[in-house]
Design a protein around this ligand. Sequence first.
Ligand SMILES: Nc1nc2c(c(=O)[nH]1)N[C@H]1C(S)=C(S)[C@@H](COP(=O)(O)OP(=O)(O)OC[C@H]3O[C@@H](n4cnc5c(N)ncnc54)[C@H](O)[C@@H]3O)O[C@H]1N2
Ligand code: MOO
Length: 408
Amino acid sequence: MALSVNNALKTIIELNIEPNFEIIPIEESTNRICAETIYAKLPLPRFNNSAMDGYALKFEDIDKEIKVIDTVFAGDNKDINLEEANCVKIMTGAVVPQDATLVVPKENCIEISNEKIKIEDKELKKFSHIRFVGEDVNSGEEILSKGDEINFANITLLSSQGISYIKVYKKPKVIVFASGEELKLHYEKIEDHQIYNSNTPTLLTRCKELNCDVTFIGQARDSVESLESLIKNSLDADLIITSGGVSVGDADFTNEAFLNLGFEEIFKGIKIKPGKPTIFGKINNTYILNLPGNPLASALIFEFFGKVLIQKLLGSNLLYPNCINAKLGVDLKNKKGRITIIPGWFDGEFFFPEDKRLPGMVATLSRSNCIIVLDENVALLKKDSNVKLLPINWKFFRKDYKDYLTYE
Ligand SMILES: Nc1nc2c(c(=O)[nH]1)N[C@H]1C(S)=C(S)[C@@H](COP(=O)(O)OP(=O)(O)OC[C@H]3O[C@@H](n4cnc5c(N)ncnc54)[C@H](O)[C@@H]3O)O[C@H]1N2
Ligand code: MOO
């Protein structure tokens, strides 16, 4: 029976998957999923240090003539005691002497002689320009959680802790194939009655972009035997994604071939438009997502459900689709009855639904940067209505200049 959209999502999110892990250098860990919770071994800053080039002194000496007794550079390891009206010349990043309670920037001091200074800026407060131990990160603080996706900023943090290697989940192994007598690959010669297989290259690319290990193992013919042979060859994968052959046509054998090889159905059909005939299940530890053949339907189902499944297989703790509030750029009509995925373009303020969005269309997503998911009761949304955007693949740049400053 076809599942509701929420139940299909919930079913995927609640799958019991614990991916294998490996240990890799931190520099190679970007976009990978952390497989352990990591705590700071060291406080940051590691020691009280100066935020400016200047002089470190006791706050109560600010009105006095102060004697410069030493110079401290970043990396120096000096044990300095400050007597009354003493200071040290100090560089940015250098250890602040234990009893100094203020750093005065060089430009706020008058050098009376080589050894004597006076402070010009009397507005300074106690502890100004001192960076205190642990104010950035406390020792013992959690810096990465199991399931976090590692990015460049996490690598900043890991390297600042002297961590060289990290335990990450192995990339899921994904195998993609399509079925259909009419299909040829883009490097093959086609006859007038044939078409190029655009779904497989799409899904291969998308899974790669989402950090899976992807393998293409060919293309099935519209026969149970041909499909079975490809399936048998794929059962070491974490996920098989197929497209086509899931409907009720006389040449739709995908489901039959999987069933012959022990397919356990998790759900068959989702109450959504497009992509209703989607089937999801597993054989042993290999999950199987049978997407419909219609190119836009297959791509949109992958964007909405497949991506969550990939997050799950990656070991990520981010599993729920997030969305951005925006306004609709034009009136949008919809046929009520089923939750509907509408692809379109978000220009930074307004969402413009794609006019040409029939399930069999190929070009639509090349003009889209996000989708909206309409409730089944929506028949008309007026221009300027609120919409919730689900980004497809965002690097948020544009072709022409737009003022990006925030004003009061
Ligand atoms: N009588 C019914 N017919 C159909 C129903 C239905 O409920 N009753 N559902 C329709 C819906 S909805 C969809 S979606 C499709 C799903 O069909 P299949 O998954 O069986 O896909 P195919 O029949 O193999 O192909 C559909 C369409 O897509 C083209 N295609 C297939 N694979 C690729 C590919 N790899 N690259 C590019 N294009 C591909 C194929 O040529 C067909 O045009 O069924 C409806 N019918
Ligand atoms: O819903 Mo089908 O998935 O129309 O293309």
